[in-house]
Write a protein that binds this ligand. Sequence first.
Ligand code: NI
Length: 200
Amino acid sequence: MAILKVARMGHPVLNRTADAVEDPTAPEIQRLIADMVDTMADAPGIGLAAPQVHVPKRLVIFHIPETRAHQEEDENGDEAEEAVPMTVLINPEIEALGEERVAGIEGCLSLPGMVGMVPRFRHIRYKALAPDGSVIEREASGYHARVVQHECDHLDGILYPQRMEDLSTLGYTDEMDRDELPLGARMREKELPTEAADDG
Ligand code: NI
């Protein structure tokens, strides 16, 4: 296992459509997954897509930690977000359930140090293959849905700024922290529903 170099915005591998994985159980795919898990833990990040480690294949990993799930509940007073264990999605497909979208703060390991407000579908259904070749089919909402949409966008050469509707909310976290108001409060002043940020 190894920690891989993460491609940053501008690298061509982040702009192309990734290729389908032909055999999810192949040894090189298992090795790639193990290396991506190490790389994401080292970053640290919530999610990682294969193109971010210079492999243009349709494979992403993500997890929603317990701490994140509880934090979401406290900040928003919404229904509790559930923690999601480390999940590998191979050749994933996403379907929006309804038109409702919610703006939330996102970061990305390919844009280190930056965050921005990104609208995403609130409810989705996704389907993918697991590393053992079995089928994963889930419905997701809120932060879970956001992370999956962010990661799967990487497979189509899309980075989160391309999904933003208000580029004035894109910035460096260490500059935003200078402000008297924390980032979340500043974002809320723009009267958009917010979700929490993390690198994916
Ligand atoms: Ni990302």
